[in-house]
Design a protein around this ligand. Sequence first.
Ligand code: GLU
Length: 462
Amino acid sequence: VTRVRFAPSPTGGLHPGNARVAIFNYLFARHYSGVNILRFEDTDEERSSKVYEKSILEDLKWLSIDFDEGPFYQSKNIKRYKEVIEELTSKGFLFKCYCTKEELKHEREEQAKKGLPPKYSGKCKHEETCKVGCEYVLRFDVEKFIKETGIKELSYLDEIKGQIKTDLSKIGDFVIVKESGIPTYNFAVVVDDIDLKITHVFRGEDHISNTFRQIMIFKALAKDYPKYGHLPMLLAKDRTKLSKRSGGVPIHEFRKQGFLSSAVFVHLAFIGGCIGCIEEKANLDKMIENFNYKKTAVAPTVYDIEKLTYLNTKKLCEISAIDLLKILKSDFDFKTIVYKDENLLKIIEVLKEGARTLVNIIDDFSVFEESGVNKDFLKDFKDEEKNLFIEFLNNYKNINSFSDLKETLSSKTNLKGKKFFMPLRIFITGRTCGPSLKDVFSLISKDVLNKRIEKIRQVLNV
Ligand code: GLU
C-alpha cells in the first residue's frame, strides 16, 4: 500500500508552500488509494507551539484535506527514538561532541577565511575533549559511514527532480541528539518514516540536502528508504522568497480575504505547471483521477495572487447560491434576519455575479440589510435632485418594476444619464456604487427601503 505523510513543523502557520505539499500528498494518496498520514514535527521545543498546531489543523480542514492516520506527534515519541539511538550507538555510528557554540562558530569563521564551506571538523571523534560532566550532543559519523558502506558518492532517484547525487565528504558529522537530549529533525523523521511504513516522501525542495543525511541513517539502520520527491519552491513575482505582501500568509488569511477554499485548493494545485492534473476547471474527483505526479514542474514556481483572484471570481460565478450561502455562513458567520429562503437565494444569486471575493458579497449584501445612507452623498443635492427625490417618494411604493420606476421618474424631471441615475442609486442603495439598481429594487425588503427613504427625507428636509 502506498503510504504518504504530510509532516508540518508547528513553528508557523500553513503557508501556501506547505499547503501545496499537503495537497500534493493528499492527491497522491487518493489517486493510488493509499493512506494519507499527518505528523507534527514538533521536536523544536523553543519554536513549536500548540497555537500553530491548531491553526494548521483548521486550515487543512478548510481546504478539505483529510487524513487516514494521525496526527502523530514527534514530541510524544521520545522513548522510541532513544531505542534507535541505542542501536546506532552500538553499531558505532554516533559519537559525543563537546564543542561549545562558540568553538563551532570559531571553526566556521576559520573555514570561511580559507574560503572553505562550513563543515564540522570531526575534532571530538578523535580526542576526548571533556574531563567530567560536560554537556554534549551526539553526532552521526559520516566518515565511518563511508568506510563501512564504501559509498563516497550518494545518489538517489528523486521522483520529481530525477537523479540527484552528492559527494558525502562534503557533509560534516551532523547532530542526531541535541544537548537537551531531544533528537533532531533529521533523525526523528527517519525513525517515524520507518515506523509508519512510509512509501513516498513528498516535500519542499529545501529538504534535498537533508535527504542525503536521512538516507545515510536508513542505511546505517539497514533499512530501505522511501521514494523521495521534492517539490519546487514557491517564489514571489520578483523571484524572492514569498513574503507577507506577495502572498506568503497562512491559509486562514486567504479565507478571511474571502477566497473560496475550492479556489485556493485548485490554485495551489495548479501553479507551476500543476501537479499532474489536466485542467483548472476539474473538480476534486477529476483531479484525483487524473493526478499524474510525473507532470509536476521542476523549476521554482512563481506565485501570483492575481490568478487566484481571477479563479475565485470564476468559481463564485459557477457555484450554486445554496452552496455559496452555506460557505458564507461557515466562513463569515453570515446571518440575516430580514431575508429568508427563496428571497435570500435570489439576492445571493445576484451578488455572486462578478464578485471577486466573499468579502465583496458580504459588503454588497449590507445594501439589502442596512437602511443607512451616507449623508455626504446628499449634501450637494440641488433643487433638481430634491425634486427627483420627491417624485421618488410619491411613486416608489406603487411601482414594482425598476423600468417602470425609471420611466415614471424620468418623465417628471430633466435629469439625464449619470445625473439621473446617481441620485436614484443613492435613494435605493444608500451608496454611490454597488450591485445593479434593477436587482436591488426588485429584491430589497420594502421595510429596509422605506427606512432608508425616510432617513433621506429627513436629511433633505422635504
Ligand atoms: N517538518 C518539515 C517541514 O515542515 C517537513 C519535513 C519532511 O516532510 O520530511 O518543512
